[in-house]
Design a protein around this ligand. Structure first.
Ligand SMILES: [Zn+2]
Ligand SMILES: [Zn+2]
Length: 266
């Protein structure tokens, strides 16, 4: 029998930058001017392929560009971590996924996130009378759930929400198989560490070296990564204080910087 942990997962990092994206508009610092493509960071999101379904975690302002870059042609479900602009504002760009498949597209979020999404996008979630709006169904989740295949018959894929805090704001990370994604995090409560055991790959928020009230700094992220003990951890949501070539090699074994377009299987 296959347990949820046995599901092979293919992950693509769609974006790994902080809320401004890197380069920052108008900035001429060495990271913003860098010719290393790994220093160009779109807003944070990932694509996860597992058990025949394709999930997107967060649809920020760069979602359209990320979907075109990675050739994304289907979406079975969208998972939202929280409601901040850099994670949700590309939601309307999900419309093309309805052109050939009229089935509703389920979106999953914590209740506080879902409530703000309904306020931000009333024409999508409340009054669907406007022609051509994407048929998104928003579910508040507070326990593990299953994502269905939206295109053909197939087994459901289990997803585990991981409760965490972004400053005072309760947010979700998500675990699928032996992969977990935790962006925009400054605190992980003890019960969530229990859900992060036995990971192959963890993607974790690590903003910059200086402390920040709502994101892990590099030192904090290293300590959390070591406590969780995934075989490999990738840092994301980095600012323009982080030059990839300089910082990547000096992290402890099993911890590295993520970059846009990085793909792995676990
Ligand atoms: Zn963010
Ligand atoms: Zn945020």
């Amino acid at each position: 029998m296959t347990t949820p942990e046995d599901i092979p997962v293919e992950v693509t990092l769609l974006g790994t930058g902080t809320s401004t994206g890197i380069p920052v508009i108008g900035c001429t610092c060495r990271v913003c001017m860098s010719s290393d493509p790994r220093d160009q960071r779109l807003r944070c999101a990932v694509q996860v392929k597992a058990g025949g379904v394709e999930l997107i975690i967060d649809t920020g302002p760069d979602f359209r560009r990320q979907a075109l870059r990675e050739g994304i042609s289907r979406v079975d479900a969208v998972l939202f971590t929280h409601h901040h602009f850099d994670h949700v504002v590309g939601l309307d760009d999900l419309r093309p996924f309805f052109f050939g498949n009229k089935r509703p597209l389920p979106c999953y979020a914590r209740a506080n996130t879902a409530e703000v999404l309904r306020r931000m996008f009333p024409y999508i979630f409340c009054d669907r009378s406007y022609p051509g709006v994407p048929h998104l169904e928003l579910f508040d989740v507070n326990a593990p759930f299953e994502v269905q295949n939206r295109y053909e018959e197939g087994p459901p894929v289990p997803v585990v929400p991981i409760e965490a805090f972004h400053g005072e704001l309760p947010i979700y990370g998500y675990r699928i198989g032996r992969f977990a994604y935790l962006t925009d995090t400054s605190c992980i409560p003890p019960h969530s560490f229990d859900r992060l055991k036995g990971l192959d790959v963890l993607v974790l928020d690590a903003l910059r070296h200086e402390p920040h009230p709502t994101h892990f700094s590099f030192d904090e992220a290293v300590a959390v990564a070591e406590r969780i003990g995934a075989q490999q951890t990738y840092f994301v949501h980095m600012t323009h204080s982080i030059l990839h070539a300089e910082e990547d090699g000096v992290l402890p074994d099993g911890i590295a910087l993520g970059y846009d377009g990085l793909r792995f299987v676990c």
